[in-house]
Design a binder for this molecule. Structure first.
Ligand SMILES: Cc1cc2nc3c(=O)[nH]c(=O)nc-3n(C[C@H](O)[C@H](O)[C@H](O)COP(=O)(O)O)c2cc1C
Length: 203
């Protein structure tokens, strides 16, 4: 099968794009508004995009509260979702009125970050504290503004639940992170295997 995305005539019942680019990590974005209200929402257009400096980004499909708050306060957190928190993560995606806390709605503990003015999920196995570096409004191929907003942040602090550390390394088979697939599908990391990169011929 091949199709061009300008017509999007794939002939399938549902658009396969997001199912192809998967699994995607879920950044559970905690933020605070200029009015002091706290907010939480999952974003799977999210990833780590650099390690020196440590940069992450999330993409808001349209104007949403997380992006608004990150712009207002210059900060956000990314909590990570383990299998036991999947239902609460899903609940926190509810479109509540601005200012209503998804932490309360989903029954999660909002903890104040150490270095930035934003809340995070107290139950999460790991959390990144981020300061906004750039907010970009990407353009389409024809130069038109798209409806998306990219929020980039530099990671300035990291929380790790020591229960997932084994032999000095984070063991993802203990953390059991949940990832987003396409449609309504999710996956849980249940098997981890190692590979070592090839050595250069030049030594
Ligand atoms: C697993 C998951 C991933 C999501 N990823 C995104 C995303 O990448 N971008 C986006 O705009 N919305 C995404 N959503 C929808 C938002 O979470 C939802 O619109 C939410 O109400 C936004 O909240 P906010 O306005 O408080 O930021 C996702 C929802 C779920 C359940």
């Amino acid at each position: 099968m091949f199709y061009t995305t300008d017509s999007n005539r794939h002939g399938l019942a549902h658009d396969p794009f997001k199912a192809i680019v998967s699994p995607r990590p879920i950044g559970w974005i905690g933020s605070k508004g200029g009015d002091g209200s706290i907010n939480l929402a999952p974003y799977s257009f999210f990833n780590a995009v650099s390690d020196r400096p440590k940069l992450v980004m999330f993409s808001s499909s349209g104007r949403k509260d997380s992006q608004r708050n990150a712009a207002e306060t210059g900060a956000f957190t990314c909590s990570f979702v383990s299998r036991n928190l999947a239902d609460k993560m899903n609940l926190s995606s509810a479109a509540l009125p601005y200012g209503d806390s998804e932490f309360d709605f989903a029954g999660l503990t909002a903890k104040q970050a150490e270095l930035v003015d934003a809340p995070y999920v107290g139950e999460a196995f790991a959390v990144l504290e981020c300061k906004v570096t750039e907010i970009i409004e990407p353009k389409t191929l024809s130069g038109e503004p798209s409806e998306n907003v990219f929020v980039f942040g530099e990671v300035v602090g990291i929380h790790i639940d020591e229960a997932i550390v084994r032999d000095g390394r984070i063991d993802m088979s203990l953390a059991r992170p949940v990832a987003r697939l396409g449609y309504m599908d999710y996956s849980e990391t249940s098997e981890v295997f190692e590979m070592f990169r090839p050595r250069s011929q030049q030594g």
